[in-house]
Design a protein around this ligand. Structure first.
Ligand SMILES: *[C@@H]1O[C@H](CO)[C@@H](O)[C@H](O)[C@H]1NC(C)=O
Ligand SMILES: *[C@@H]1O[C@H](CO)[C@@H](O)[C@H](O)[C@H]1NC(C)=O
Ligand SMILES: *[C@@H]1O[C@H](CO)[C@@H](O)[C@H](O)[C@H]1NC(C)=O
Length: 350
């Protein structure tokens, strides 16, 4: 969380006030849901690699303080660790959206700071667990424009439902969620780029979070559902390890049984579905970068790509998921198209 706190919190009022042309940079912040750094998901994302990583900076030591959606998102939005936000779970009493509201944190977090610093602050996609069809009317605070998914539809890839600024939720049946988010993002950049304020645009697809209906995998856009037919989860050193390794583990993990062939086959299917669904995110990144370029603002925009937490598949004999203290879950992608930052810093320091 430190980098996020540093980049998104501390620097905005302080250093961003002196831009190259006097115009402070825009920020496009793309955050996926449950995307690993350690299982190679980025290896099949050539657009993220070419357009963001190769042109910018990869922060390989970015860790989330709680490897689970709601606590991690709350921490990110507040620039604090989980023990400070006290949002520690996805459900009560540790979380979630209701606790965020009751605790008052909804009135004092990133978008409030951005708008106070003269930015337009917009957000599209999933924000926090528990914002739902019953409580949508109190929209997440601080944003000029927020089009956010409402539970339980957040995890329905082909029946996405969003509320715009707390209005009655709208569904998009027949459209894949990542395509809906892509269209919404391009529309916002079109409008935001016409204003004379700098902007922050959060883009948060649910991909590659699992869909809860069977088989419990993310659902890729139809056009990608046959990609990578032979792909299997990586058999790294800690993949389904033998007893001599497992016996060194703590707590319940120590007593996990070896994964059997049925489970392994399911895990390979899950891994493949994650890779396929991330191609929908590739399309978001590609079109967003193209739109920024078309508007002539790519050279004055920080494009950041990250995830709320990581993911394990078969590592340490644990079938699949997040929330463990291992690297697979806590060390997540954080990549910035921020070669521009050097210009800003050298200008500020000059
Ligand atoms: C933090 O949340 C827990 C519930 O998870 C609650 O019992 C506790 O009182 C909260 N702490 C503070 C300081 O609000
Ligand atoms: C494989 O392991 C799973 C999870 O422990 C178990 O539910 C299932 O019955 C096992 N299948 C076989 C064929 O042993
Ligand atoms: C970005 O590119 C445009 C068009 O080429 C140019 O006018 C502008 O000065 C550049 N801005 C920065 C911050 O380099």
């Amino acid at each position: 969380m430190n980098y996020v706190l540093f980049v998104l919190g501390g620097l905005i009022p302080a250093c961003f006030s002196i831009g190259v042309q006097g115009q402070r940079p825009n920020i496009v912040f793309i955050m996926t849901d449950d995307q690993d750094l350690h299982l190679g998901s980025l290896d099949r994302q050539p657009v993220v690699k070419k357009e963001i990583a190769e042109k910018g900076t990869t922060f390989s030591q970015h860790y989330v303080t709680v490897a689970k959606c709601c606590p991690s998102r709350a921490a990110l939005l507040r620039g604090q660790a989980g023990h400070n936000t006290n949002i520690t779970e996805v459900v009560a009493p540790g979380g979630n959206w209701d606790k965020w509201l009751i605790s008052g944190q909804n009135e004092d977090y990133l978008p409030h700071w951005l708008t106070a610093a003269g930015y337009n602050a917009d957000y599209i996609g999933k924000i926090m667990n528990g914002y739902n069809v019953a409580n949508y009317e109190k929209a997440p605070g601080g944003w000029n424009y927020i089009e956010t998914s409402v539970d339980a539809y957040t995890y329905e890839y082909n029946n996405f439902v969003t509320s715009l600024n707390g209005e009655i939720p709208v569904s998009y049946p027949g459209y894949h969620q990542s395509d809906v988010i892509r269209a919404m993002s391009l529309d916002r950049i079109e409008k935001l780029s016409a204003e004379d304020k700098p902007f922050f645009l959060g883009i948060a697809p649910t991909t590659p979070h699992v869909e809860f209906s069977a088989p419990g995998w993310p659902v890729p856009p139809v056009r990608y559902e046959n990609e990578f037919p032979d792909l299997k989860a990586p058999r790294g050193l800690n993949w389904n390890p033998d007893d001599s390794y497992q016996q060194q583990k703590v707590s319940w993990i120590k007593n996990q049984a070896l994964l059997n062939d049925t489970t392994i086959e399911r895990l390979d299917g899950l891994y493949r579905a994650r890779a396929q669904s991330l191609l929908g995110v590739e399309d978001i990144v590609e079109d967003v970068i193209a739109k920024l370029e078309e508007k002539g603002i790519l050279n004055n925009t920080y494009v950041i790509y990250t995830a709320d937490n990581g993911w394990h598949i078969g590592n340490h004999r644990v079938s699949a998921g997040k929330s463990l203290h291992y690297l697979e879950d806590s060390n997540v992608p954080f990549i910035g198209h921020i070669s521009i930052s050097r210009q800003h810093f050298s200008t500020s320091l000059a």
